[in-house]
Design a protein around this ligand. Structure first.
Ligand code: PLP
Length: 390
């Protein structure tokens, strides 16, 4: 009998919750109207979008009119950065971000540099933290936008966004602050007013909603040049017929995630801590990447000296365990993760990384199976490498 496959890559994506699918189904079948049509079919769809927007706004603590639906985290980040850069170009041409952002932010910043903007990429400390003072110091009279992620997708470090916003606004009240909250919304409490940001990106497939739908919170008064033009949907901020079923699904998914957070968050944190303690005590020459305490409750990221993360992933996969590694194989050589390099890790540790992310369907048995397998696999790969060296 083959053993059950174990999914431990919830930061990459999550399975659709069956309750979310159930909420979506009517909008893929009988309520199929275009929300922009004025007849009853259209009005049904419009009502569903309005309700979803209200629910999401209430859960994130903002006004419904401040939510723009997009196709996901990547588009939200693009709309935030490009939209603000273009709208405020007359005021300045400087953007501040960090070296550990997701590529949706980093590559967009690179594209903006090609368009004549100047970008400061702030370094982080050995745990992946950026300090509010550091961010404020980088802000100058030409700065129009600051973008710092809420939590990092690889190492799970949670950044002090509220303090960053305060420090930035104290120095230059007009500076717009964006946070990529794709890894936090639905996982830890996110209250937009507490964070104080002007723009916040989120994506449904990270919290058991469907893929291809996300949102951007845009504080009232913040201007954006739309990046997708057409019929003028989403108050002219993002054109295109709305993905009604996915929007309904995202609202349901967020509602469930917030409802279940009081029990789910400590459950995952306990499993994660058992995993971290187990790995560090059983496998020598291992490092925990990311902050020891200020980290996502479901994230563990390790570096094992002397092995390649890719090889480790393959071995785990052969044994039915799905995880992730920061390194990627590009044109035949291993590219270490920009996040791990930014922490100051040497090349060997940076390519020997493994990210384990837990979620709603993770059980203690899964963690125990990983804790049983991982030391054996690491030992085998280290031995193999040692024998190849002689
Ligand atoms: N930002 C962060 C921090 C992410 O982790 C991801 C997805 O991995 C994205 C943005 C992109 O989101 P999406 O897959 O919805 O485009």
């Amino acid at each position: 009998m083959t053993e059950e496959r174990i999914y431990l890559d919830y930061a990459a994506t999550t399975p659709l919750d069956p309750r979310v699918l159930e909420a979506m189904m009517p909008y893929m079948t009988e309520h199929f109207g275009n929300p922009n049509s004025i007849h009853s079919f259209g009005r049904e769809a419009r009502r569903a979008i309005d309700e979803a927007r209200e629910k999401i706004a209430q859960l994130l603590n903002c006004q419904p009119s401040e939510i723009v639906f997009t196709s996901g985290g990547t588009e939200s980040d693009n709309l935030a950065l490009r939209g603000v850069a273009e709208a405020y170009r007359h005021k300045g041409n400087h953007i501040v971000t960090t070296a550990i952002e997701h590529h949706a932010v980093l590559r967009t910043c690179k594209a903006l540099e090609d368009m004549g903007f100047f970008v400061t990429y702030l370094p982080v400390d050995e745990h992946g933290l950026v300090s509010p003072e550091q961010v404020a110091e980088a802000v100058n009279e030409r700065t129009i936008l600051v973008s710092v992620m809420h939590a990092n997708n690889e190492i799970g470090t949670i950044e002090p966004i509220a303090e960053i916003v305060r420090a930035v606004k104290e120095k230059r009240p007009d500076t717009i602050v964006h946070t990529d909250a794709v890894q936090t919304v639905g996982h830890i409490p996110v209250d937009i007013q507490e964070l104080g940001v002007d723009l916040l990106s989120f994506s449904a497939h990270k919290f058991y909603g469907p893929k291809g739908i996300g949102g951007l919170f845009v504080r009232k008064g913040v201007r954006l040049v739309p990046q997708i033009t057409g019929g003028g949907q989403e108050r002219n901020r993002r054109s295109g017929t709305e993905n009604v079923a996915a929007i309904v699904g995202m609202a349901k998914a967020l509602e469930l995630a917030v409802e279940e957070m009081p029990t789910e968050l400590p459950r995952l944190q306990a499993l994660r801590d058992e995993l971290i303690t187990g790995v560090l005590s059983r496998i020598p020459e291992t490092r925990l990447n990311g902050h020891p305490t200020l980290r996502l409750p479901h994230n563990a990221n390790f570096s094992f000296r002397g092995i390649e993360g890719e090889a480790l992933l393959l071995q785990l996969d052969l044994n039915g365990i799905a995880a992730s590694s920061g390194s990627a194989c590009s044109s035949g050589s291993l590219e270490p993760s920009h996040v791990l390099l930014a922490l100051g890790l040497d090349y060997e540790l940076a390519i020997g990384s493994l990210r384990i992310t837990l979620g709603r369907f993770t059980t203690r048995e899964h963690i125990l199976r990983l804790l049983d397998l991982l030391p054996k696999v690491v030992e085998k790969l280290r031995a193999l490498r040692g024998s190849l060296r002689v």
